[in-house]
Ligand binder design. Sequence first.
Ligand SMILES: [Zn+2]
Length: 297
Amino acid sequence: MSRTSLAIAGAALVAAGLGAAAYAQQPTQPPFATARVEGTDNVYIFRAGNHQSMFVVTSAGVIATDPIGYGRPQMVTTYVDEIRKVTNKPIKYLIYSHHHFDHIAGGKPFKDAGATIIAHKRAKERLVALKDPHTVLPDETMDKSRTIRLGTTTLELTYVGLNHSDSSIVMRLPKDKILFAVDFIPVGTMPGRAMIDSYPIEWEDSLKKVLAMDWDTLIPGHPGAPGGRLGTKDDAQNVLTFLQDASAAVKAEAQAGGCWDRVEKEMKLPKYESWPGYEQGLPMVLRRYCGLWGRGT
Ligand SMILES: [Zn+2]
């Protein structure tokens, strides 16, 4: 079961001798890369910087996800060009994983290519209110679930409740047992900024729902650690355990009057100090749980 490594699809990248496993934390990594997920015929990952998206090529067209164009609009044209290197079929859909701009800004080249943009209904509500000039509004929305059928491909979109955001959907390819989920299941790394506007209690419930779904391979919205790897259910379970541990640790201190200062200045979570992102992420984790258990928010 080695879909945790990626098969590079782009001939130019192969010629350059770059293994996809050499992905993340490489100062010399190229600004973007396209790779076919090993063991699949038609599932691809487009990576730009430290963000990535899934796209699926079918006989009837392409289903793309997150344009990842925040602060780099030209990269979205590159994303479309990369799809064009794989297929000349029409790009039928662009699906937003959640409403955060670092994942969904910049979708205009997809809209211009004729894609129908789909997001959770709450994502659209936020985008309508915020009027971000760089983010294209969804054409269609979904609530609890929706199934996209294109060619012989089925893609299930499921809202698994509040977690890292209030508009996160997971995208599952039943045939390949692949799940694309963004930001609420970091692979091999500590959550950091992912905590800022999160719903920590409900996040645990949404992870339990995801763990009960039928999938083997997780494509995360940021390359996994180490080496840009993909995720498994073990990674999702690790995130759940981490949230439970962090929550319980802060809860005890918070209810003893320790929030904000004592917890933020003194608490450590040594079990997790080997996780990449621990040093930067810990203050945001502690602050979020102090908000919950020390303030009630
Ligand atoms: Zn996010």
